[in-house]
Design a protein around this ligand. Structure first.
Ligand SMILES: Nc1nc2c(ncn2[C@@H]2O[C@H](COP(=O)(O)OP(=O)(O)OP(=O)(O)O)[C@@H](O)[C@H]2O)c(=O)[nH]1
Ligand SMILES: [Mg+2]
Length: 370
């Protein structure tokens, strides 16, 4: 049996990794290939997994830590997928606050499992609006310097930098960003795409499906600064059941909750990295609502709308923002109380809730050379 392709799509929180991965997955399925998705997060109750399932794709999730720090769980996820659907392409999405994936995942995979996997070049996606701010090319709320350190380290280790969401910026801003990225991270090939609109995907797909992982020495990384940068971000996940006496407009519920969260967090000076929610009716049928907010001053975006009203359903909330996890959790419970309970007269039951700062990353392997 020939080896399976292993493709990792990295990039900061909210850059569009899942959207791009789903595009690639559907592209491959159309070509008759078999795919297996691997989602990953520091905690459980993942919007990304719910999305992959709603797309009808085989998915394994690694929760409770990033796969750089739990390399074995990555192999276990691949084995599980291999048993279920024997994928010839694995698509893995690392946690958006992780870096050093070349040394902690790509090179170890190639060295230790080179007969099983052909490892694709490492892609790092950027949201151009966020990136223009982080790189200091445009004014606007950026993250603390240690978070910016992590952001830049992601770019430094990339084989491919993908400027995603090109539909959001005009040609002059895109060119300004591409020029800066090319100058600061000269090793990477740069592609421009819109994963949402499925534009410009072919060149990038070709490169990750057929190109080679580069073999340069992985960039040095100060794990103390990296850990401090990651820990500046608060994480809050919750899964709640909502139930009413009569049907409600789930799309309005998602929108109002997001606007309420946006207001509260902005009042507290907390910058959102990514706030995402799904709402799926209990009486399944494949309907799902998805909303995202990728910056404090962005417009909430409904990536999928629910086709019908619902009387009961499951809400999954994932919030990552530069602030105290307790404050994030407080904002979330307040918003649920005000909007879901008081506003829409829904009974809200928590099935799962976690809030924390990511722990210090301790990779299973660190191989700076392939
Ligand atoms: N306008 C626009 N929005 C996009 C594009 N690609 C993704 N998005 C939106 O960006 C938001 C975040 O997308 P995701 O795919 O969830 O981002 P991610 O990188 O997987 O996020 P995390 O897993 O939280 O790190 C969603 O609202 C997407 O619809 C794009 O090309 N254009
Ligand atoms: Mg994602």
């Amino acid at each position: 049996m020939s080896e399976a392709r292993y493709i990792m799509i990295g990039g900061f929180l909210g850059a569009g990794k899942t959207t791009a991965m789903l595009r690639l997955a559907h592209h491959l399925v159309r070509e008759g290939r078999t795919v297996g998705l691997i989602t990953n997060d520091q905690s459980s109750g993942l919007v990304d997994t719910a999305l992959a399932r709603a797309n009808g794709l085989p998915v394994a999730e690694i929760t409770g830590g990033c796969f750089c720090c739990r390399f074995q769980s990555l192999m276990d996820a691949a084995t599980q997928l291999a048993k279920e659907s024997a994928p010839d392409v694995f698509l893995a999405e690392p946690v958006g606050s992780c870096t050093d994936l070349r040394a902690s995942v790509a090179y170890p995979l190639r060295r230790l499992y080179g007969e099983q996997f052909s490892v694709a070049p490492l892609s790092v996606l950027v949201d151009p609006v966020r990136s223009l701010r982080v790189l200091g090319l445009e004014p606007g709320k950026a993250f603390a310097p240690k978070v910016v350190y992590v952001y830049r380290k992601q770019l430094e280790e990339a084989d491919i930098i993908v400027i995603n969401k090109c539909d959001l910026v005009d040609e002059a801003r895109r060119a300004k960003l591409q020029e800066a990225l090319g100058r600061e991270f000269p090793r990477a090939k740069i592609f421009t795409i819109s994963a949402l609109q499925a534009k410009g995907m072919e060149g990038w797909f070709g490169e990750i499906l057929d190109g080679d992982l580069a073999t340069f020495t992985a960039p040095e990384l100060d794990y103390v600064t990296y850990a401090e940068g990651e820990a500046m971000l608060g994480w809050c996940n919750a899964t709640v059941k909502v139930e009413g006496e009569r049907s409600v407009d789930g799309n309005a519920l998602l929108r109002e909750l997001t606007v309420e969260m946006q207001r509260t967090l902005s009042r507290q000076g907390i910058e959102v990295a990514h706030f995402k929610m799904t709402l799926a009716p209990e009486e399944d049928g494949g309907d799902i609502g998805v909303i995202n907010l990728v910056r404090g001053d962005a417009e909430p975006f409904m990536a999928h709308t629910l086709g019908a009203e619902l009387q009961s359903g499951e809400l999954i909330l994932n919030l990552r923002a530069e602030g105290d996890p307790e404050a994030l959790y407080g904002a979330l419970t307040d918003a649920l109380l005000r909007i879901a309970t008081e506003g829409h007269k829904l009974e809200v039951t928590f099935e799962h809730a976690e809030r924390f700062r990511p722990p210090k990353p301790v990779p299973t392997y660190r191989m700076a050379e392939v």
